[in-house]
Design a protein around this ligand. Structure first.
Ligand code: FPP
Length: 226
């Protein structure tokens, strides 16, 4: 049975769900946040150490201002209302991506990271203003500046994901089969599950089924199956 230490998720389909059932994309984001909470709970139940959630990409800035503002307001109230609870559950929150938001949101994010820094039950990496191509380019630029040799080990030290194991499992909901500039380097050997359901429809049972399937996959990392 495969060990499962790190799950990464592309939470796709909020907008479509919102339009279909509530006539509003933003209602889909609100419902998507409920799924986030369910999945965090189940990740703890499953004793998984790292959960990386793609919440806002560098490309998402192209969306209408109204939707962007809604998403950030949702995130702000999530942080204000839930951070104590996450802390009590020994959860560490880390932001991956460039913190270039309003002063208020930047502060909330930094404080949430500081408060939960020493927690060790589960680390949640929230990818915000994250783009894998940007991450790789700045890593190489910084390595060159500091005269580091371009090795796999050194590169890992310059990524937002430094000190994290690579994801064992990537789940993308929303019936779309692409990586959308997410962890391109780190996903090199991850098992990938593309799920038809939209993110607000995804639930613990779907998650548990994927985990079961993952655990039984023969992972050979380029070697031969025996
Ligand atoms: C992708 O669906 C989803 C996002 C860009 C935002 C993800 C946000 C949440 C799940 C809720 C907020 C989370 C936190 C942690 C505060 P989409 O809008 O691209 O859906 P579509 O493909 O149907 O348009």
């Amino acid at each position: 049975m495969n060990l499962l230490r790190h799950v990464a998720i592309i939470m796709d389909g909020n907008g479509r769900w919102g339009l279909k059932f509530k006539n509003s994309r933003n209602a889909g984001h609100k419902a998507g946040l409920k799924t986030v909470e369910k999945i965090i709970k189940e990740t703890i139940n499953q004793n998984i150490n790292f959960l990386t959630l793609y919440a806002f990409s560098t490309e998402n800035w192209k969306r209408p201002k109204k939707e962007i503002n809604y998403l950030f307001n949702l995130l702000e109230s999530f942080l204000k209302n839930k951070i104590d609870n996450l802390h009590k559950q020994n959860i560490k929150l880390k932001i991956i991506g460039e913190k270039k938001f309003s002063n208020k949101l930047n502060k909330l994010l930094i404080n949430a990271e500081k408060k939960t820094l020493k927690n060790e039950k589960l680390q949640i990496n929230l990818a915000l203003n994250y783009g894998s191509k940007n991450e790789l380019l700045s890593a190489f630029t910084n390595m060159k500046k500091k005269n580091y040799k371009f090795t796999e080990k050194n590169l890992n030290k310059f990524l937002h994901t430094k000190n994290l194991p690579d994801p064992d499992l990537l789940i993308r909901t929303g019936n779309t089969h692409r990586l959308s500039n997410f962890l391109l380097w780190q996903l090199a050997y991850s098992e990938i599950f593309f799920i038809k359901k939209l993110w607000p429809e995804f639930n613990e049972n779907d998650y548990i089924k994927i985990i079961k399937k993952y655990k039984n996959i023969k992972r050979n990392f380029g070697n031969i199956n025996e």
